[in-house]
Design a protein. Structure first.
Length: 165
């Protein structure tokens, strides 16, 4: 899986996947705002990541948050998700987005609880969790060990303690 990724390209996608938030505070609207902005800048692959990063399931109702956009815009996202086949970059950014809190990297399970506490539990939550856990297993296998070993501060962010070696 990960052997086909260009590290620099993945890094850039990671930096700009939430670029739709440049338009101001929004919820799921940032997906569409980022998509349109990046398409206007003629970066279609980055625009794709903006659109797919919040959906480990290719289902518009799998997004965690409020659809603060028009029904037509939500339909655009639904149509887009149905039209693409996720690639390694989509999957990597979905995983990375799920591994991060504002304070830093954390275990997926901590992030799951964080999102449910803020957004509530919906009918697709367990399926999304399984999808993210499968991504974690796949990328861990690709790197030959736990991905958590590569995430600085994950122990501190997750447990509030620092490891002393």
């Amino acid at each position: 899986m990960a052997e086909h990724l260009d590290p620099e390209q993945a890094y850039v996608y990671g930096l700009i996947h939430d670029i739709g938030r440049r338009a101001g505070v929004s919820d799921l609207r940032h997906i569409i705002d980022g998509y349109h902005y990046l398409m206007d800048q003629v970066f279609p692959q980055a625009a794709r990541i903006s659109m797919t990063h919040s959906f480990p399931l290719q289902d518009v109702d799998a997004g965690a948050g409020v659809w603060d956009c028009s029904p037509e815009e939500k339909a655009l996202v639904a149509s887009y998700l149905a039209s693409v086949t996720y690639d390694e970059y989509d999957r990597l950014l979905q995983l990375c987005d799920a591994l991060a809190l504002s304070a830093g990297f954390c275990l997926l399970e901590k992030r799951f609880v964080d999102v449910v506490r803020r957004r509530g539990f919906n009918a697709l939550a367990l399926q999304k969790w399984e999808a993210w856990l499968e991504l974690e297993r796949s990328f861990s296998q690709a790197v030959g060990g736990s991905i958590y070993a590569h995430l600085p501060g994950v122990v501190h962010t997750t447990f509030g303690v620092s490891l002393r070696m």
